[in-house]
Design a protein. Structure first.
Length: 65
């Protein structure tokens, strides 16, 4: 269960950081801020969190067997 929690917390943290940076950079409209932050953090997590994603999928696959 730990890899799932680590990956989920990392995704949430990355989203929070992205929201903060975009807000500081001047994106103030709430809906636009959320949409852009979700897109940027999604791409960033795909690149930055590959080890955590692999560990999570391995753990989930192990539990299914």
């Amino acid at each position: 269960m730990r890899p799932v929690i680590v990956y989920t917390a990392s995704r949430a943290g990355l989203l929070a950081v992205t929201l903060g940076v975009l807000y500081i950079l001047g994106l103030r409209e709430p809906l636009g801020l959320l949409i852009v932050a979700f897109l940027i953090s999604g791409v960033a997590s795909y690149v930055l969190l590959s080890k955590q994603r692999d560990a999570m999928s391995e753990r989930i696959t192990k539990n299914r067997e």
